[in-house]
Ligand binder design. Structure first.
Ligand SMILES: Nc1nc2c(c(=O)[nH]1)N[C@H]1C(S)=C(S)[C@@H](COP(=O)(O)OP(=O)(O)OC[C@H]3O[C@@H](n4cnc5c(=O)[nH]c(N)nc54)[C@H](O)[C@@H]3O)O[C@H]1N2
Ligand SMILES: Nc1nc2c(c(=O)[nH]1)N[C@H]1C(S)=C(S)[C@@H](COP(=O)(O)OP(=O)(O)OC[C@H]3O[C@@H](n4cnc5c(=O)[nH]c(N)nc54)[C@H](O)[C@@H]3O)O[C@H]1N2
Ligand code: SF4
Ligand SMILES: [Mo]
Length: 741
């Protein structure tokens, strides 16, 4: 353990440089003040700029670490699956049972029937899901997902337009912009690398105009914006397209840029002007759809086109929705036709990775998973482009796992799933259509869960194995999206109770499965040294370990596509045409009306104007919550006190329904019903409600979820690019009957 004496406090306290690395938008430095093997206090980075400062969740970590509810011992189910009744067993018994069930399932049905539910719970390079994946490969393979809940639409759109996901700039570069448009992005809560809010404060201080487009008046809008434009969910593509209409018809496009660096502008222009379908995409047209006044659209379009360089940052929230890929594509294309790409202060939008470290050792690019060998590319994948889109047809879309479990090969899926290996995932809570999820989990033959808490998913385990937290082991974590640094999480305290790391569990289980030791033979420290050694940007392992962080000094700010723009002849864009694809031939070949080669505004079965809206007139958003990372930290009292879980509803909608602030209401649709307190607030536009994702599913005897889990209400559909429909559900809200406490 690396430690230094505390300068502030008493002699026996040592300060251990550690960190925080759930899937939370950051990866931050924490310094643990440890006395007699216990953490008394946590502080964060007070060192040189940029400081990697922890948010409220990291600061509250002691309440998670030392929670009475931590899983303490291995457990075996005794009641019905999902009932939550368990008995304590020894590690040996638990792992024997896992090994024998796995072997039986493999022998009876084959490896493809093993589903790995690998969640995002731990984002260190060594612990969490990766060791389990490696073990299952050695065991002969497994079935996994494609279609990540986070970002499948921005990823798809980014690949289609630019051929890469590295499209972001250093945050600091926003100070070179003349206008910053924040579209469906709320980094005041979601962090998106720890320096983001601080940078936005500096942007604001410098007098650079910030405009926020969001159906909610977010903390980001409140803290940084000069203007907030509320917009109806799911209609952003229409507004972006109408902005393009203004920019094209008022001759504000960057012709030279379009000619030199893009393909397909004319086809887009034809659509915009109505030559393709007889409908000019005017601001008036968009006003009807979006509720944003035509004048506001015109003004913003002019400001954006004329304030070069300007940054348009299109967040992932509006894209985590039906037809979300059209929104992402439309944003990318708007940055292209105004020439805001590859220049200081501009922004290409896209997936928005900025800095990414290079591994010096060459990686394998084909699948090493025997179950995926020889599987052809799946339909609608951008399989001709390298990287990121998981084209393998042996995979199951993450929204469709429950359907696949219940219907299997007969339902057109590649296999009949029999077992789930759940690690660092609150799968049931975090995937759409929980009720179907319950059915599916009950239908499996065997479920094993590695967890820290008895989550709604862990309740469905047959064997539940207690895992330690990142403060009880060593790890290295890369930044969440693209800032240049790594954190080193030194073990601060010993593992609590009988908990173990995922890595140690895998080592012991591998022995029982008769697998070669692989990584299992190496010491944790040696593995970390090897991992660091493969990165050419970590030059001094010992120093990183001692400081708990390494901040990489870049000679200049990252501005994606600078080389392509400054020197196009030797630096083509990594697309099939070598240019930015306003019109994407690869999409054209798919010949799918829901994936048009140019971005279009498309509706869907739960859009605001669909027939279903007559029954369920409110649009539900399921945003990411300030005090949680997904469902992690949900059970921390300090954080629950800061912002109790609730449904946001506008006073207009509340009054119509006789709902007062603070009362309990039902939020429901045909998929399910939750009960939750109402927060009546003008911070959300009329017609829209918000139940942030991540609250723990907790059904009562009537089947009403009194935990308030948003995914009881969401649809397990996905758009053809793979994006989830998590922000596309229609619901109704009504007062809940009086409940006896
Ligand atoms: N505190 C916190 N931070 C997190 C996480 C967390 O759970 N908690 N999770 C992390 C992870 S893994 C991810 S993937 C990211 C996610 O980051 P995002 O996807 O950016 O986060 P969201 O809160 O889902 O959405 C951002 C904003 O989009 C708005 N929005 C939703 N739909 C629409 C729409 O149709 N139109 C417009 N204009 N706005 C819309 C929402 O109101 C919200 O304010 O956050 C990361 N950071
Ligand atoms: N409706 C709706 N649903 C969503 C979203 C949305 O916007 N709306 N967002 C989606 C997004 S972007 C994401 S990324 C997913 C995230 O979904 P998940 O990946 O399921 O994330 P969590 O809910 O945080 O669950 C992680 C679990 O890992 C456990 N854990 C933490 N550390 C470790 C460890 O070291 N080892 C093990 N074994 N377990 C550990 C935690 O206790 C926690 O229960 O949710 C998605 N779900
Ligand atoms: S939760 Fe994320 S952003 Fe907050 S301190 Fe931890 S790592 Fe940093
Ligand atoms: Mo995510």
């Amino acid at each position: 353990m690396i430690a230094k004496k505390s300068a502030l406090s008493d002699e026996d306290i040592t300060i251990v440089p550690t960190g925080c690395c759930h899937d939370c938008g950051g990866r931050c430095v924490l310094k643990a003040h440890v006395k007699d093997g216990k953490i008394l206090r946590l502080e964060t980075d007070n060192g040189e700029q940029p400081q990697i400062r922890a948010c409220l969740r990291g600061r509250a970590y002691r309440q998670r670490l030392y929670s009475q509810d931590r899983l303490k011992y291995p457990l075996r189910r005794v009641g019905d699956r999902g009932e939550g009744k368990f008995e304590r067993v020894s590690w040996d018994e638990a792992l024997d049972e896992v090994a024998s069930k796995m072997t039986k399932i493999k022998e009876t049905y084959g490896n493809s029937t093993i589903f790995l539910a690998a969640g995002s719970g731990n984002q260190g390079m060594l612990h969490g899901a990766p060791p389990v994946g490696a073990m299952l490969l050695a065991f002969g393979g497994f079935t996994r997902i494609w279609g990540v809940a986070s970002y499948e639409a921005p990823l798809f759109a980014s690949m289609a337009t630019y051929g890469t996901i590295k499209t972001g700039n250093s945050r600091e570069d926003l100070l070179n912009s003349r206008l910053v448009i924040i579209w469906g992005w709320n980094p005041a809560n979601t962090i998106w690398d720890p320096e983001t809010s601080f940078t936005l404060a500096k942007v604001r201080e410098k007098g650079i105009k910030i405009v926020v487009l969001d159906s909610r008046y977010t903390d980001t809008a409140a803290a940084f914006a000069h203007q907030w434009i509320p917009i109806r969910p799911g209609t952003d593509a229409a507004m972006l397209i109408a902005m393009a209409y203004v920019i094209i018809t008022e001759d504000m496009v960057d012709r030279a840029f379009i000619e030199k660096y893009t393909v397909g502008f004319e086809k887009y222009r034809d659509y915009i002007l109505g030559h393709e379908d007889g409908e000019p995409k005017t601001p008036k047209w968009a006003e009807e759809i979006t509720t944003v006044p035509a004048e506001t659209i015109i003004t913003l379009a002019r400001e954006y086109a004329l304030s070069k360089p300007a940054a348009l940052i299109a967040g992932w929230g509006p894209a985590r929705a039906a037809r979300g890929e059209q929104y992402s594509r439309a944003a990318n294309v708007l940055t292209a036709i105004t020439g805001n790409i590859g220049i200081d202060g501009g922004y290409a939008s896209g997936f928005m990775r900025a800095y990414s470290s290079r591994e010096t050792a060459s990686g394998t690019h084909g699948s090493r998973n025997p179950v995926e060998k020889d599987a052809p590319p799946r339909k609608n994948s951008l399989y001709k482009l390298r990287g990121g889109t998981n084209p393998n047809s042996a995979r199951i879309h993450s929204a469709k796992v429950y359907d696949a479990i219940l219907r299997g090969r007969a339902g057109g899926y590649p296999t009949d799933l029999k077992m789930a290996y759940v690690v660092a995932s609150n799968h049931l809570n975090q995937h759409p259509n929980v009720r179907r999820g319950v059915e599916a989990f009950k239908a499996l033959e065997f479920v094993v869960v590695h967890e820290q808490f008895m989550t709604p998913t862990a309740k469905f385990g047959d064997i539940v194995l207690p895992v330690n937290t990142f403060m009880e082991r060593n790890d290295i974590a890369p930044p969440w999206l693209g800032s240049p640094y790594y954190i080193y999480l030194n073990k601060a305290v010993d593992s609590l109770f009988e908990s173990k790391s995922d890595l140690d569990i895998v080592r012991e289980l591998s022995k029982k499965l008769g697998l070669p030791p692989g990584l299992g033979a190496m010491k944790e420290e040696d593995i970390l040294r090897t991992i660091a050694g493969r990165r050419d940007d970590i030059s001094d392992y010992e120093q990183m370990k001692r400081d708990g962080v390494v901040k990489i000094k870049l000679s200049e700010l990252v501005v994606s596509f600078k080389e392509q723009v400054e020197n196009p002849d030797s630096n083509p864009f990594p697309t099939l045409s070598g240019k930015i694809e306003i019109y994407c031939e690869h999409l054209a070949e798919m010949d799918n009306p829901l994936l048009p080669p140019i971005p279009k505004y498309l509706t869907h079965s739960e859009s605001y104007d669909s027939p279903l809206a007559a029954k369920y007139p409110l649009q539900l958003l399921t945003t990411h919550y300030k005090t949680r990372a997904h469902s992690t930290w949900h059970n921390v009292p300090w954080l629950q006190e800061i912002e109790p879980h609730s449904v946001w509803i506008n006073p207009v909608d509340a009054e119509k329904r006789g709902i007062e602030n603070g009362v309990r209401v039902y939020v429901f649709n045909d998929r399910g019903k939750i009960r939750i307190p109402a927060k009546v607030t003008e911070r959300i536009m009329p017609g829209v409600v918000n139940v942030s994702q991540g609250a723990w599913y907790d059904p009562n005897e009537q089947g009403v979820d009194i935990g308030g889990c948003a995914n009881v209400l969401t649809d397990d559909a996905h758009s053809p690019s793979g994006t989830h429909h998590m922000n596309s559900a229609l619901v109704q809200v009504e007062p809940a009957e009086e409940v006896v406490p």
